[in-house]
Design a protein around this ligand. Sequence first.
Ligand code: SF4
Length: 361
Amino acid sequence: MSGKDQNKENKKFSKNLISWQKDFGRHNLPWQKQINPYKVWISEIMLQQTQVKTVLPFFEKFMQKYPDIKALSKSRIEDIFELWTGLGYYRRAENIYKSSQIIKNKHNLIFPSTFEEIIDLPGIGRSTAGAILSLAFNKRYAILDGNVKRVLERYFAIKAEKNIDKELWKFSENLLPKNKNDIYSQAIMDLGAIICKKKSPLCEKCPVSLDCKSFKFDLTNVIPIKRKKIIKKEKDLNYFLVVKNKNLILMQKNPNKGIWANLWCPLNFKTKDDCKKYLKKINLKPNIYHYASIKHNLTHMKLNINIYRINVENYPISEEFYWKNIYDKIATAKPFVEIIKKLTEELENENSLLFKAKKGT
Ligand code: SF4
């Protein structure tokens, strides 16, 4: 195809997508209402490696607490972690905190509007910067998230076993319209999310099906080519819920590197025996009993987590420890959210039984 014909086809692609988006795209996502760069930024960071339906309640809570960059810039990192609890990939919360300080100190509390300034903020890569610039500023920047990659690979029938991001960026840039880049970016993301789905794409409803090569040559089930999955390493971890007075749970702050950096977690020992030895050293001999087993996936690793419960009357602590009252909110890692909730309910029951027994009822 000649360059001129290709340009014509690219224009048709964006034109069809823009008019489709108006009628069939998503218009009610909370960050689309009274859109501004701040909302788009927070939503884009939350949406990294996380689905829209998971993000929705977290985004709403975040906006209630921090409606704008000024409010966010006054926050403490612990408060952001607490709001983030359950969403996972906590590095994102840390990046939001660091960015808010940069925006306060360097940009006078105004969200920056150039590619160079935006990509300079922690946690923002080329695609996220492109999304913010196009969606919030209507600037002509391309995006390349997972949904967009799938649309492009299918539309151009690219069978690639290796990473071809470099080529896909070129396709993504070539397809950009001259105007209405805010609608166009939303359109291509919507197309990937609701029409050109991973399994069983809805080609009969697709606004670009006439020129889609995968549709034309019946390749929609084979493209994108399934790439070999990296086999994740497995790791066994042992955590210990130390409970005092039936209402306090001992938490320890993680260092600022490694998994769950800066978050509060139950006590961690390499093995149950290590824990026993430590308890003996501090003259404690409580029972240690198995409480739960959880499997948790990180991007690079599979974790098998064993949780034990230990009831104590005392336990010497230093600065990095904290006795969490069962009603305290605390920023903890995702695998411990449900476990702490379960333990809290059990402790409430144990306390009420104790209360009744004391009253003789
Ligand atoms: S026609 Fe089908 S495969 Fe092609 S872009 Fe549309 S939904 Fe995707």
